[in-house]
Design a protein around this ligand. Sequence first.
Ligand SMILES: Nc1ncnc2c1ncn2[C@@H]1O[C@H](C[S@+](CC[C@H]([NH3+])C(=O)[O-])CC(=O)[O-])[C@@H](O)[C@H]1O
Length: 330
Amino acid sequence: MNQTTFNLDLAPLTSALQDTPLAAWAEALPQTLALRLAPDSHGDLPAWLAAIDALPHIRARQIDLNAPCIRIGAPDEINADTREQIEAALRQLHPWRKGPFDVFGIHIDTEWRSDWKWDRIVRHLAPLAGRRVLDVGSGNGYFALRMIGAGAALVVAIDPMRLFLMQFEALRRFHDTGRACVLPLGIEDFPERSETFDTVFSMGVLYHRRSPLDHLYQLREALRPGGELVLETLVIPGGTGQVLVPEGRYARMRNVWFIPTVAELERWLARCGLRDIRCVDESPTTLEEQRSTDWMQFESLARSLDPADPTRTVEGYPAPRRAVLIARRP
Ligand SMILES: Nc1ncnc2c1ncn2[C@@H]1O[C@H](C[S@+](CC[C@H]([NH3+])C(=O)[O-])CC(=O)[O-])[C@@H](O)[C@H]1O
């Protein structure tokens, strides 16, 4: 395996973006990613690459990217030894946070029931069929695959955590639509103004940004005029003008900066020039939706809530609740 470029097949992406303002950026991606994926760039990278290398080269015949539990291959497509080999390699890529997936009958029970989030969102979207999509903070590409399942023409998914790219690439060993890619990049590595995408998703990212309005502004600038922004983030109950800035950790997470109310978030979106702003869902995160599993054995939400009062975090803040807002770039 060529560890420097990690065999990321960027040709479909470069070709899909060739007539857009992102053409030059896409052309330069091999050099950008060579640095990001250099063998010494992350201590675990060699082990992850070895895990992917240990996967057999098989193409799944039965694939369903539209199912809540994304299905790549049916159990009867492989024998028991091959299944064992695949499962052992996929487990080397622990922790699996976003999913679930079913790979030739191996059920990857991820920390999150990401299918529940998708259900809350998808029915409110402009239909994704034929659209060019950007997913910022994509995790392992679970949602990117669901977007392809919903007919998107192209999904560019970015997430700086290289493990999540490895998980996406491991699954891509068995299927490849050529229409979705996960790139190991943060939003700060993305061109400021591309005006290329029909739909831009930012889910679970805003509260990690120290400058949330700059984040919203950059998301807006990635949209073509008339394009749709889908923003999912932590919120607190309350009205306009209220924002929680945790003193230290929030629900044991270190890098949480701004948690506004829905009304305040709507104002931020409007100030960033977005229109037709609507909150389509607001839900508390439950212990059924985010939990430790066999495929994510670290601590999860349960350990972040006050055992005496689960409506509070261990730090005494309101327990996690998330809102989904949809807006349009005029
Ligand atoms: N600067 C950054 N640029 C891009 N991504 C980032 C950055 N910083 C962190 N991330 C990534 O943003 C993701 C946040 S999780 C949401 C995943 C998915 N969207 C979900 O909705 O389940 C949070 C949650 O669990 O909700 C992580 O994968 C980070 O690596």
